[in-house]
Design a protein. Structure first.
Length: 515
């Protein structure tokens, strides 16, 4: 009998990836497909759920073909996705949320800031629910976006049959089940997981009483822990579309960054454990995830969320709204960008000691899309200081990476003040793969940067969900240790740490001046 295979599907901002893993967590094959992103002025970012699902199906079929894996070998499926809002009508068809009226544009992407005013208004009420989002709700979360839709497109709001987080939309398309994940609804929708309830008074106070009056049927009346098998598995229709077998167990999913956390913080080997390691997912944006045994409030850091990533632990989630994207924007500003494509990895290879000295004179605050943590300020903007007429692209790049590291250090400091101890940071995400990036993060934070064996931690995290749903492991905590291993620990360099202490002080002073 062939060894069981587990499918992880990751939906990012620009692409869908499908990866097939064995029971030990070794990746066998992966494939990807691009997805369309529509960006308009005013912080608008939209996508199409049909485009996303089509890419999921194409990537899955390609992975199966590349790996010569038969549908019968796949024993479990896990999904992760960006925390984007999907709107469908009562028949499940896409319902436009766009000023264009295009029905295919039915997703408000996580990075969309159209609901900034709604978030600010919600925050003025200081409802008790806000204590679980660091004291202030973000326009990247779903209730401000729902309120925006109700105020600006009331007919579309009324026509909506269901509002999904993108990961929950995917499990619905796969199983026909309306089950939501405790990860998505707790982290982005204000579900109070440790009490297994929505707060009716919150929805009434912000103008969304109708959702409570409907017993939350449109946003999630049935909530399950990540990794829990949903319904009777893959439907016949979804199986045909994906090229898989009907009935394969499908797990309640997670947000994409949380999949990376699942695959890294519990990895076997190395220092620390799931409660003393911070997961740092460094992609287009960056997310930080820290698990604790007890509830801890951190101003400006989302959470504490119960059961949102590691089962039965509390999660504090911070992050940077612009990370890998910030680096790309910095490089696009450089005069040489028009003449030569400035690739971050190529520039990282070119950073010499002389260029590092040049970079140390530059301060970059990379808040192009606001400050998610610990300031919780969507109106914050990027600042670059110390440029000369001959500043090299490599120096600007190195300073930008240091700026990302300083932002991470601020989150670590805020958590430390609240009593959360972090011994090491476990890195994942495409923007954090280069050795220069990892060493810079170690030096700017003063902590070891841990690296896992897999090159695809986010995909692996989703595959772990599938393995639990498929019965390979009794729970997610067991799967985390069995399917992931640490292979490297990048230690801080004392001399550079001292140098970055000075850079961090300049970084904080410049932020204060901007405020």
């Amino acid at each position: 009998m062939p060894d069981p295979v587990y499918l992880g599907i990751d939906v990012g901002t620009g692409s869908v990836r499908a990866g097939l893993f064995d029971q030990s967590g070794r990746i066998l094959v992966s494939a990807s497909r691009p997805i369309e992103l529509y960006q308009d002025s005013g912080g608008i970012a939209e996508q199409s759920s049909e485009d996303v699902w089509g890419a999921v199906c194409q990537a899955t079929k390609e992975a199966l073909n590349l790996g010569r894996i038969t549908p019968a070998d796949v024993c479990g499926i896990g999904f992760d996705a960006t925390c984007s809002l999907v709107v469908v009508d009562h028949d499940g068809a896409p319902l436009s949320i766009s000023a264009t009226g295009d029905p295919n544009r039915n997703i408000i992407v996580w990075m969309d800031h159209r609901a900034t005013d709604q978030a600010a208004w919600i925050n003025t009420a200081k409802h008790d629910v806000l204590q679980y989002v660091g004291g202030q709700i973000s326009p990247e979360m779903q209730t401000p976006k729902l309120l925006w839709l109700k105020q600006n497109q009331p007919s579309q709001f009324d026509k909506a049959g269901h509002f999904f987080d993108l990961a929950d939309f995917l499990t619905w398309r796969a199983t026909d089940s309306l089950v939501r994940s405790s990860c998505t609804v707790t982290c982005k929708w204000t579900y109070i997981a440790h009490e297994s309830r929505w707060d009716r008074s919150y929805f009434a106070s912000i103008g969304l009483r109708c959702l409570a009056d409907e017993e939350f049927a449109r946003i999630g009346a049935e909530i399950r822990q990540p990794g829990t098998a949903i319904a009777s598995g893959l439907t016949a229709k979804a199986a045909r579309e994906l090229g898989l077998a009907e009935g394969i167990p499908v797990a309640a999913g997670v947000i994409d960054a949380h999949a990376g956390g699942i695959a890294t913080v519990g990895a076997s080997g190395g220092p620390g454990d799931a409660t003393t390691r911070m997961a740092y997912v460094f992609g287009t944006s960056a997310c930080t995830m820290t698990s604790t045994a007890t509830k801890t409030y951190v101003q400006g850091v989302w959470g504490p969320y119960f059961d949102a990533m590691v089962p039965n632990l509390w999660l504090n989630e911070g992050g940077q709204s612009s990370a890998g994207d910030a680096i790309n924007r910095l490089l696009a500003m450089h005069p040489s960008a028009a003449d030569q494509g400035l690739d971050p990895d190529t520039l990282a290879d070119s950073v010499t000691s002389e260029i590092q000295v040049e970079a140390d004179k530059i301060t970059v605050i990379p808040d192009f899309n606001g400050n998610r943590s610990p300031d919780a300020d969507p109106d914050a903007r990027a600042i670059i200081a110390g440029l000369g007429t001959d500043t090299s692209a490599a120096a600007l790049y190195a300073a930008g990476v240091a700026g990302i590291g300083y932002g991470l250090r601020q989150i670590l400091s805020a958590q430390a003040l609240a009593g959360i101890t972090t011994d090491a940071v476990v890195i994942s995400g495409g923007a954090g793969k280069h050795p220069f990036v990892r060493q810079t993060l170690a030096n700017t934070t003063g902590l070891p940067i841990l690296v896992t064996e897999t090159d695809e931690p986010v995909l692996l995290g989703s595959a772990m969900l599938g393995a639990v749903a498929g019965g390979a492991y009794p729970d997610l905590a067991t799967a985390m240790t069995a399917m992931s291993r640490l292979t490297d620990a990048i230690q801080p360099e004392p001399a550079r740490v001292l140098r970055h202490d000075t850079g961090f002080a300049r970084f904080c002073a410049l932020q204060d001046a901007a405020r």
